[in-house]
Design a protein around this ligand. Structure first.
Ligand code: WTA
Length: 657
């Protein structure tokens, strides 16, 4: 740092490996030069308009963008239908026999669904919804496991102009009730249950509980029979509940799509804040579809005729909405859809799926990669992964070592890794490499995509050209959220007030000498150690940089001398001793790798870290554990037992050394 002013977030970690796009990718890449960046910089509205024209319109749009900060309207005057764009137009182009989804259930059941079949199913479901009184402009809640009917239900809503609100199948009945009530959903689509780690997990009882003493807007519940015999006691309420196979199967397979306006609501997706009331993020039709299709094509270098694409997220999160359903289908891609966990029946389940379907593009989260690192590479080695071409990462900062492991062991040193930064609110990928164009640096999301304006700013909102700060977006983008359902003020306050004229949603980032963006995690997690602002991400990356470490989570705990002290929770790889001496070695490693200021006060070894159900580490909980506080609401945790375990280990630690 020069001068005596301390940076908003300091920059400690230096990563100097880099990987230019290799010839194999460049030979067939959609893009191998900077032309799209230049085109978009010259006139970003014209650039997005050209992308929007790739869609099929019933009525062309008249204006590209009207922007009354912070409210954007894209492609007004146009009419289109999202399900038509995802289905009919491919079938009409003669691609009805192309596979849309290879579905694999956790128990091993398989189903291949072509575009023509998907269109039929969606049409029947759309007609079923219409027969139950669902109209254009209504909302429908969806609460399902990862089965094809989930995607079918979403597309059926889009077809008839109803907005869907998907609630992740792992959420509680209270969470479901709150979301149903906020959206005043007319119909709920659910299932008797799904499979998880070899066990049937009932879902319908949660749906019933959500509608008991609440959720009065719901007139009907449609229930998919996924478990069948394995859920013999599924109760159906007379007059309200209907089996999917009864109400959908008999419908005609022709369902005219509604001609929606560009800015009509396509869906709501609630962000699951751990403390605050969930926010119903609003996404509308044309802009969203434009940007998810564009990014899905270019970020993954999609060749829809030959690629087999697999996004291993859950459809219940935005990643699934944009990159399992709307993006891939709008592009006529063939996808894998997998219901279950990565370790059932064995820890090689993913690799056997990749081998079976000859997956060419894999998109997953750093948490999955770090779990595979922990399990060891022998699970991959027995499988033929040579079909893979492009690897993607999303959801959290990916530590450089995890990135390199992903490239080496999954990609066998042949596949580019694209680290994609975005959010539920952005709707689509914003910062990411392009495989045929960008020289990659492990752990960096590299550059804003063509058409996107992003800058790192300091506390006063001044752009930073090198070093750490707040990640802001400087201009509207087509897939941006249009607001928070029913609460325009909260929208303005939450995203547009911290830095006037800029969108800011809580992430820190730094820029290196070459202008690469490095995501530093949530600014709420930034630690203050003796007046230095240290990002959790950098200390975690320094820990994962040690060959024995698979995963690490770092928090700042109140400390009388230094303000905050760094406490690190560390998961080591299989077969490594987790003892005091090793803890010492890791503390030293961090000090050498990034500096003595970042040396953790304590290392707490753990087999698992507390994570949200979408796989993000819950640092708030770890802070509470470190400071011996009451843990409050832990219902968003994927595995409750992890925290208890950590609490007892933290209690064994000396408070100060
Ligand atoms: C984090 C998921 C670093 C970030 C699409 C963001 C990332 C939040 C990355 C949004 C990435 C997502 N590198 N951090 N590549 N991708 N994040 O709404 O903190 O579930 O704000 O959307 O995840 O999470 P959400």
């Amino acid at each position: 740092m020069d001068g005596d002013e301390r940076a908003t977030i300091e920059d400690f970690f230096a990563e100097d490996r880099s990987f230019p796009p290799d010839d194999r990718i460049r030979e067939s890449a959609l893009l191998t030069d900077a032309s799209l960046y230049e085109e978009a910089e010259a006139d970003f509205e014209a650039f997005w308009a050209a992308q929007a024209r790739q869609l099929s319109w019933f009525e062309p749009f008249e204006t590209v963008l009207s922007w009354e900060l912070p409210f954007a309207r894209w492609f007004e005057g146009g009419r289109l239908n999202a399900s038509y764009n995802c289905l009919d137009r491919h079938v009409e182009a003669g691609l009805g026999d192309r596979v849309a989804y290879y579905f694999e259930g956790e128990p091993g059941d398989r189903r291949t669904i072509t575009y023509a079949e998907l269109l039929d199913e969606v049409s029947r479901c759309g007609n079923a919804l219409r027969s139950l009184g669902v109209e254009r402009g209504d909302r429908v809640a969806i609460y399902m496991p990862m089965i094809p009917e989930l995607a079918i239900a979403m597309l059926a809503c889009a077809r008839i102009g109803a907005a869907h609100s998907v609630v992740f199948g792992g959420f509680s009945s209270e969470a479901l009730r709150g979301r149903i009530e906020d959206a005043e959903a007319k119909v709920l689509i659910t299932a008797d249950g799904g499979w998880r780690r070899g066990q049937p997990v009932a879902l319908k009882p949660n749906a019933d509980a959500a509608l008991e003493g609440g959720g009065a807007s719901v007139a009907h519940v449609i229930v998919v029979r996924r478990l069948g015999e394995a859920a013999p006691d599924t109760a159906m309420k007379e007059g309200r509940d209907l089996w999917w196979h009864e109400v959908v199967a008999d419908q005609p397979a022709h369902c005219p799509p509604e001609a929606m306006e560009s800015e009509d609501l396509l869906y709501l997706l609630y962000t699951s804040g751990t403390t605050a009331r969930p926010k119903g993020i609003m996404h509308t039709t044309a802009g969203y579809l434009t940007q998810v299709a564009f990014t899905h094509r270019y970020v993954f270098d999609l060749h829809p005729e030959t690629d087999v694409y697999w996004c291993a997220a859950d459809i219940g999160w935005v990643t699934g909405h944009s990159y399992i359903v709307y993006g891939p289908l709008a592009n006529g891609a063939t996808s894998v859809l997998y219901e279950g966990t990565p370790d059932h029946p064995g820890r090689d389940r993913w690799w056997s799926i990749i081998e079976r379907y000859k997956v060419t593009i894999l998109y997953c989260a750093p948490t999955a990669i770090r779990t595979f690192m922990k399990w060891g590479s022998e699970h991959l080695e027995a499988h033929d992964l040579s079909s893979l071409r492009v690897l993607g990462s999303v959801g959290e900062p990916i530590n450089p070592e995890a990135w390199v492991w992903y490239r080496q062991h999954v990609g066998r040193d042949r596949c580019p890794v694209v680290d994609t930064w975005w959010q539920t609110e952005t709707g689509a990928i914003m910062i990411s490499p392009l495989p045929g164009v960008t020289t990659l640096k492990p752990g960096s999301a590299t550059f804003p995509l063509p058409g996107i304006g992003a800058e790192v700013v300091d506390d006063a909102g001044r752009p930073v050209s090198r070093g750490g700060g707040y990640l802001t977006l400087t201009r509207p983008w087509p897939a941006m959220l249009r607001g928070i359902y029913g609460d325009p003020e909260r929208y303005t306050e939450t995203y547009w007030s911290r830095f006037p004229g800029r969108y800011f949603a809580g992430d820190g980032a730094k820029l290196d000498d070459d202008g690469y963006f490095w995501l530093l995690g949530r600014v709420d997690d930034v630690m203050n150690v003796s007046g230095h602002r240290v990002s959790t991400t950098e200390v975690e990356s320094a820990l994962v940089d040690h060959p024995s470490v698979a995963e690490a989570a770092v928090v700042g705990a109140t400390d009388a001398t230094t303000g905050q002290a760094i406490i690190a929770y560390v998961t080591v790889k299989a077969g490594v001793a987790a003892d005091g001496a090793h803890g010492e070695e890791l503390r030293r490693h961090v000090a050498t790798r990034i500096g003595p200021i970042a040396r953790p006060r304590a290392i707490i070894f753990t087999e698992d870290l507390p994570k949200t159900r979408s796989g993000k580490i819950m640092r708030r909980l770890l802070r509470d554990v470190a400071e011996g506080r009451d843990l409050g609401d832990t219902t968003t945790l994927a595995d409750q037992s992890v925290v208890e375990e950590l609490r007892s280990r933290a209690a064994e630690q000396p408070a100060e050394e």
